[in-house]
Design a protein around this ligand. Structure first.
Ligand SMILES: NC(=O)c1ccc[n+]([C@@H]2O[C@H](COP(=O)([O-])OP(=O)(O)OC[C@H]3O[C@@H](n4cnc5c(N)ncnc54)[C@H](O)[C@@H]3O)[C@@H](O)[C@H]2O)c1
Length: 253
């Protein structure tokens, strides 16, 4: 068991990558705080973990609201006595829309969840980890941070920002036993991917559609396994890394 006895807080854990990562951490011996705006989905994640013999609790959290993020971290301290791993994973894709027609409100919403949400997690997560002797933070970025994915201007901006905050955090806390890394999922089969696949790019841009180099698609377990490694002591010298899990998508010319 790679994370036995550790406590992991996972945002966006009611669905997709977050849920599978919560299940993976629980299987590997961690206590899990399942955080999400979606109460029904979050409670379902907890139920699944408990049925499999693991330990988890749900906390309703909007990652764009400071008070929610603060109480999410407090839940870990009060329920399980500490925090070892924080996976800042909640995110939205926003509209598929070129810049000339991207609505300002939609931009603000993507930024508040994908960028501010990770900022708040890092703020309250590091405060608790500084008190608790250290820990590992993993942020969910995207290949969209490092490649021009059409129609995803706001989304790409937030994910590039996540990479930047990851690097800064790695250095700020390098002497405090706090590691900060990011994963960059490629095309992963989740409800978000299904929604995104239904959004159609403008015809004149369709030749820029992205695909992975390896055949098939990644599954949420591919991300969960990378996050498990980065949160475990196997990765004790790894910090500031932005790790693509993308079947070679970013290596394409
Ligand atoms: N699926 C992919 O292909 C892919 C690719 C690259 C990056 N990502 C990233 O992976 C992460 C997880 O995506 P997924 O594919 O599992 O999507 P998903 O839609 O299946 O799950 C996202 C979860 O985040 C939650 N969420 C949304 N807004 C929230 C908020 N304000 N506060 C708390 N929770 C909130 C949702 O309720 C949902 O449970 C996201 O950050 C996404 O940008 C996904």
């Amino acid at each position: 068991m790679l994370v036995k006895g550790k406590t992991a807080v996972i945002t966006g854990a009611a669905s997709g990558i977050g849920r599978t990562t919560a299940e993976t951490y629980a299987e590997q011996g961690a206590n899990v705080v399942v955080a999400d705006v979606d109460r029904e989905g979050g409670e379902k994640t907890v139920e699944g973990i408990e049925e499999a013999g693991g330990d988890a609790t749900f906390v309703e959290t909007d990652v764009s609201v400071a008070a929610d993020v603060e109480s999410m971290i407090l839940t870990a301290l009060e329920t399980f006595g500490g925090i070892d791993v924080l996976f800042n994973n909640a995110g939205i894709e926003g509209p598929l829309c070129e810049f000339d027609s991207y609505e300002e409100d939609a931009f603000d919403r993507v930024v508040s969840i994908n960028l501010k949400g990770v900022f708040l997690g890092m703020k309250y997560g590091t405060q608790a980890m500084l008190e608790d002797g250290g820990g590992a933070i993993i942020n969910t970025s995207s290949v969209a941070a490092d490649a021009g994915v059409i129609g995803r201007g706001a989304y790409a901006g937030t994910k590039s920002g996540v990479n930047g905050m990851t690097r800064v955090g790695a250095i700020e806390y390098a002497t405090d036993n706090i590691r900060v890394n990011a994963v960059l999922p490629g095309i992963i089969e989740t409800p978000m991917h299904e929604r995104a696949a239904d959004q159609k790019p403008a015809d004149r841009l369709s030749r820029y559609a992205v695909s992975e180099s390896m055949p098939g698609k990644g599954g949420p377990e591919d991300i969960a396994n990378a996050v498990l490694f980065l949160g475990s002591d196997l990765a004790k010298r790894i910090t500031g890394v932005t790790l693509p899990v993308d079947g070679g998508l970013l290596q394409q010319p």
